[in-house]
Design a protein around this ligand. Structure first.
Ligand SMILES: [Zn+2]
Ligand SMILES: [Zn+2]
Length: 133
């Protein structure tokens, strides 16, 4: 599977996801991704390769030993790495291919914003809502 940042300056390849996919609503993911939650899965280092643009990566150490890597051109977060861990934490939403598995759980629900309503039956639209300008 391949993935990329928003501006396509950085591309990567993963052989497989090595853990299940989960949604993380923790405070740092929310801020880092500017989203109510981040969708992540672990990938072993040996199963991950940068294809281009790795020199554009910057990182932010959001907690001691945990570095979040993002494109310095467009800001897309791509992976995180915690010291001493065998897995990279892949930002699954940056995949350009379907990993063929569904998220199994939500974590850090205690940090979830009050307006995050995963289970509500709010309307769902394939793209924009009808009438969006
Ligand atoms: Zn980019
Ligand atoms: Zn998180």
């Amino acid at each position: 599977m391949r993935g990329s940042c928003l501006c396509k300056s950085i591309e990567y390849e993963v052989d497989q996801l090595d853990t299940e996919i989960e949604h993380c609503a923790c405070h740092t993911c929310r801020k880092a991704h500017a989203a109510a939650f981040n969708t992540a899965a672990g990938v072993k280092q040996a199963h991950f390769r940068w294809l281009k643009g790795a020199e554009l990566l910057k990182h932010y150490e959001s907690s001691p030993g945990k570095k979040r890597y993002f494109c310095s051109n467009c800001g897309s977060h791509l992976v995180a790495q915690k010291e001493g861990k065998a897995h990279l934490v892949l930002r699954v939403a940056t995949l350009d291919d379907d990993p063929g598995q569904l998220p199994v759980q939500r974590i850090w629900a205690s940090h979830a914003v009050p307006w995050l309503a995963y289970d509500s039956d709010i309307d769902s639209h394939a793209e924009w809502q009808p009438g969006h300008q």
